[in-house]
Design a protein around this ligand. Structure first.
Ligand code: HEC
Ligand code: HEC
Length: 221
């Protein structure tokens, strides 16, 4: 108990001393989200740039001792994301990174605003279907980082329902991507039932790599 009180005092002091902590977190969020969308796009060069920032940027001064293991782990994962040339590895480590953000927020009882406030885009054009997929992936992402059950479930609902077949997006002769289109929805249905943090992180990594795989396929055909 005494340790807990002490930890919270230290957190409060650090927050009070460093007014830029909130900005720092917003920058974290922006950069990490750019890593996420670059993975989705299958764009390893984009992944590199933002992962490097996350790996190398200095922490604000005077962070409490108890935060260091999280910061260290986050940096290690950012390096892993940066140094790989495999989208699958990048996807997994990006999901792990969001898990670490969420662990620290939960452990120190940080309330973030990462909660659902919007509706998924409707429509049947490829662009609006994909907008719906991105909306879903973003809510799951915020569900991990928040952490927020509401965001997680909103994302999984949208994903399980977002209609998509490979033929709709890749044309009549393209059947090789059917598996990927199917996989996205299977993962969405699984996500609805996944309450455990580690399983959510794992599932999210698989999802990102499925998005990335189809986009690479499309680009390289
Ligand atoms: C070592 C602990 C720790 C880690 C790791 C961490 N955060 Fe935070 N985060 C905090 C604290 C403490 C706050 C509250 C800061 C404040 O509002 O002054 C916060 C707040 C936030 C907020 C809300 C900011 C606001 O406007 O109030 C966002 C968004 C956020 N973090 C994103 C992230 C992301 C993304 C990551 C991972 C890449 C991350 N955080 C990793 C401790 C952490
Ligand atoms: C079965 C193949 C397939 C899968 C799976 C897939 N996409 Fe796409 N996506 C496409 C194609 C094809 C395009 C259009 C080509 C392009 O813009 O590169 C596209 C484009 C996009 C765009 C740009 C949309 C625009 O026009 O503004 C986003 C964002 C996107 N996808 C997100 C996602 C996310 C997130 C996932 C995973 C949850 C996903 N996609 C899964 C095939 C797929």
């Amino acid at each position: 108990m005494r340790y807990l009180v002490l930890t919270f005092c230290l957190v409060a002091v650090a927050v009070a001393q460093d007014e830029s902590l909130e900005d720092h977190m917003l920058e974290h969020f922006a950069r990490a989200t750019q890593v996420q969308s670059a993975v989705v796009a299958g764009d390893l060069d984009g992944v590199d740039v933002h992962a490097e920032w996350l790996a190398e940027h200095p922490s604000p001064d005077g962070l409490p001792e108890g935060w260091q293991p999280y910061v260290k782990r986050m940096r290690e994962l950012a390096w892993e994301v940066k140094n790989t040339r495999s989208l699958t590895v990048a996807a997994g480590a990006t999901a792990d990174m969001a898990g670490v953000c969420g662990d620290c927020h939960r452990n120190f009882e940080v309330k973030t605003w990462l909660d659902v406030t919007t509706e998924p885009p409707a429509g049947t054009s490829l662009s609006s279907r994909m907008g719906r997929h991105q909306w879903a992936a973003d809510r799951l992402w915020e569900g991990l980082i928040g952490p927020s059950d509401d965001a997680w479930y909103a994302g999984s609902e949208a994903l399980a329902e977002a209609p998509l077949t490979a033929r709709q997006v890749l044309g009549e002769d393209e059947v090789s991507a059917d598996y990927l289109a199917d996989r996205v929805h299977t993962l969405g249905r699984e996500a609805r039932k996944t309450a455990n943090d580690q399983s959510r992180v794992r599932l999210y990594g698989q999802l990102l790599s499925t998005c990335a795989e189809c986009h690479s396929l499309y680009r390289n055909r």
